[in-house]
Write a protein that binds this ligand. Structure first.
Ligand code: G3I
Length: 387
């Protein structure tokens, strides 16, 4: 029979050793975590800004347009947000209201009421108005799946684009004609994303969309818009290559395509930012005779330390570092954030924090107080070269 006291002493020893090892592992992990975030954060970095001019004025002084996406219901219900929006933004893009699911309650019906309200708000406050988006694989209305097929898809696409672009003809600064048509991970040789449009019409749906839009609204700048183009990662590299190939193909066929929209949903904890690679990509796009718009800028803070001061500093750093690189390219003519205040951002649902602290990805906090991210943007515009 084993000696009980000896066994329990041994067990205690083992448990002690095991817990020491796990404490060691936790300590090492914590040290790793701290040094990783220290490398992202520089408490001494200066985000000083001269004067109080709003972002739109600072951008305008350099020939750049600044603005943001917004939802109609928010402008209607939140007068303080509406005031800040009008002060800061020179261009407005509806976050929801021009997408198929909102515009097309039924196959034979268009409902422009919310988007028209936003167009009027923009006009009243002297802002440009921008359209997002005519062709996307997401947020198609429920009836779409039941009704649209290979035989009638072209009719639906052409009718939709012609009706919507004519409705706003002469009023739109620019249209995201096609959104997110690239997905190299799906391994097609042309890099195109599987979507109902591709399935029903083949790759030429993209060119068709641009031609219909150009005919109905010859004044609007016609944009191809996509995400995942910013970082020095294999995924983003593949996406840049596929987008460039698509733009080259469209241009070589004389498609009325005028600009690339780079969404720029950036990541606060991502370190693989390579200014040179991004600059080269922007220069390649510009060499095709295209303008570039930063269309949906924000910075995900999901994995950053919870301390708001540290988080805001890291987010601001990402804004300024990114914008100073992209604004160095003269073809970049506009910068839009995807929302203005942390009070309303798609990232609250899409990239929430595990500690349930509220997210802080935008230039204004949830009380509409400007944050360091605002300073970062102001500095980037102030330091940008004039167009
Ligand atoms: O449809 C209901 C609507 O009837 C209701 O009034 C509302 C009340 O909350 O909910 C509505 O659904 C919302 C829908 O937008 C409206 O179309 C969803 O909850 C919401 O999650 C959904 O998300 C939007 C998404 O696009 C789809 O339109 C996001 O807010 C918006 O930020 C996002 O924007 C996209 C760009 O278009 C393209 N690039 C990526 C970007 C972020 O995903």
């Amino acid at each position: 029979m084993p000696n009980r006291r000896l066994v329990s002493r041994r067990r205690a020893l083992w448990l002690g050793l095991a817990s020491l090892t796990s404490i060691g592992a936790i300590a090492t992990a914590r040290a790793g975590y701290q040094s990783y975030y220290q490398s992202l954060d520089n408490p001494k970095r200066d985000f000083k800004v001269t004067g109080y001019a709003p972002l739109k004025k600072r951008a305008e002084a350099k020939g750049i347009i600044f603005g943001s996406a917004i939802r109609q219901d928010l402008l209607v219900s939140d007068s303080r947000l509406a005031t800040s929006f009008a002060q800061q933004c020179g261009i407005l893009v509806p976050e929801w209201e021009l997408k198929w699911n909102i515009l097309r309650p039924a196959p034979d019906k268009f409902d422009f009421s919310k988007a028209d309200w936003l167009a009027q708000f923009a006009r009243t406050h002297g802002m440009l108005f921008r359209g997002h988006t005519l062709v996307w694989y997401q947020v198609l209305p429920k009836w779409f799946n039941e009704i649209v097929n290979r035989q009638n898809a072209e009719k639906f696409l052409v009718e939709h684009i012609a009706t919507v672009t004519k409705h706003y003809a002469g009023q739109m600064h620019s249209w995201d004609v096609v959104n997110e048509a690239i997905e190299p991970e799906q391994r097609r040789s042309d890099g195109l994303r599987n979507s109902p449009w591709l399935e029903f019409l083949g790759p030429d749906y993209i060119e068709l969309a641009f031609r219909v839009a150009a005919q109905a609204d010859p004044k609007a700048l016609l944009v191809y818009n996509d995400y995942g183009l910013e970082y020095d990662t294999p995924t983003d590299e593949a996406r840049r290559t596929a987008v460039l190939k698509l733009l080259e193909r469209l241009k070589s066929r004389g498609t009325p395509l005028h600009a690339l929209g780079i969404q720029s949903h950036l990541t606060g904890h991502e370190t693989r930012f390579n200014p040179k690679k991004l600059q080269n990509f922007l220069a390649d796009v510009a060499s095709l005779g295209l303008k570039i718009l930063i269309t949906e800028l924000d910075v995900v803070d999901q994995k950053l330390p919870v301390d708001a001061a540290v988080r805001d500093r890291i987010v601001a750093r990402v804004y300024e570092d990114f914008l100073s690189v992209v604004l160095d390219e003269p073809a970049v003519i506009a910068v839009l954030t995807w929302g203005l205040s942390d009070r309303h951002t798609w990232l609250s649902n899409h990239a929430p924090r595990s500690d349930s602290a509220s997210v802080r990805p935008l230039p204004f906090d949830s009380n509409l107080k400007s944050k360091l991210a605002w300073n970062a943007m102001a500095r980037a515009f102030d330091n940008a070269r004039k167009r």
